[in-house]
Write a protein that binds this ligand. Structure first.
Ligand SMILES: O=c1ccn([C@@H]2O[C@H](COP(=O)(O)O)[C@@H](O)[C@H]2O)c(=O)[nH]1
Length: 273
């Protein structure tokens, strides 16, 4: 996808909402378990109910890989459904990959070419040659973990090395790589107070921000410190939306929660031209 399409969608829908499809057979409504593919049936119902409030969907691949071949088929059906029905909605494979170059190039092929996602999340710990194979793909985006939402982010990411916090060094270094314009960054909503400094390093990049809702991050703080002139944000909610109800009314409840978040976002996005 072209970045302009994403920005147009944000302005049109007055939303930066990303719905996380972390679909768990132990949590979805029991009546769906009799379907041939309960995971896809659930995802389809969630997509049908929420697409007008959202600009992105993010299946976390762990929830599909956990069910082996069947899970991978559900993931493939989900991305095919999104690409056919909603080609203007941005798709994220939350897979957190990254390996030596020739292995990373296989991951990039799998998510960008074979499955057809617009973007994939990557872990930058192995450095430039582990990320470059993803950046080689035109009109695809590589979303690098920068400052994550979990408590363990303080173990390494915020540690100071030679006078600079590691996450800042990672972000700044990545801006020197070829095709760095195809990079986006994960910053947890639970770390919103760090966003102003992150914006000093990458004023124009899009940030994928998980951690509102179940993890306790504040959406208002994310907008306050992280918004740029294109919005520059994709704010993810997974459990808060898809499990808003675990009964037969789950899709309607998901739509109600997605609309509530979209309205909150619209009040901030109104400031954009
Ligand atoms: O720093 C990170 C990176 C990724 N995630 C993922 O986002 C969703 C969050 O789910 P919620 O249910 O809205 O808490 C999930 O897929 C995580 O693996 C993250 O939370 N933090």
């Amino acid at each position: 996808m072209n970045i302009n399409t994403l920005v147009e969608q944000i302005k049109k829908k007055q939303s930066v909402l990303c719905v996380g499809l972390d679909t768990d057979l132990d949590k979805i409504p029991k009546h769906l378990l009799k379907e041939e593919d309960p995971i896809f049936a659930f995802n389809k119902a969630i997509i049908d109910a929420t697409h007008s409030f959202t600009v992105a969907y993010k299946p976390n691949t762990a929830f599909y890989e956990a069910y082996g071949l069947k899970g991978w088929e559900s993931l493939e059906k989900t991305i095919n459904y999104l690409n056919e029905k909603h080609p203007d909605i941005f798709t994220i494979a939350d897979a957190k990959r990254g390996d030596i170059g020739n292995t990373s190039s296989r991951y990039a092929k799998a998510f960008f070419e074979d499955l057809g996602f617009d973007s994939v999340t990557t872990a930058p710990y192995m450095g430039k040659d582990s990320i470059e194979p993803f950046l080689a793909f035109e009109e695809k985006f590589t979303i690098m973990l920068a400052l994550t939402s979990n408590p363990g982010a303080f173990d390494f990411q915020t540690q100071t090395i030679e006078g600079t916090e590691l996450y800042k060094k990672v972000i700044a270094t990545s801006t020197t790589w070829e095709h760095s314009e195809r990079l986006m960054y994960v910053v947890g909503a639970t770390k919103a107070e760090y966003l102003a400094e992150i914006r000093n390093i990458i004023p124009n990049a899009f940030l994928l921000v998980p951690g509102v809702g179940a993890q306790g991050g504040s959406m208002d703080e994310v907008f306050k410190y992280g918004m740029n002139s294109n919005a520059g944000l994709l704010i993810n909610s997974s459990r808060g939306i898809i499990y808003a109800s675990t009964s037969e009314d789950f899709a309607q409840a998901a739509a109600t929660e997605a609309e509530r978040l979209q309205k909150q976002m619209a009040s901030h996005l109104a400031k954009l031209s």
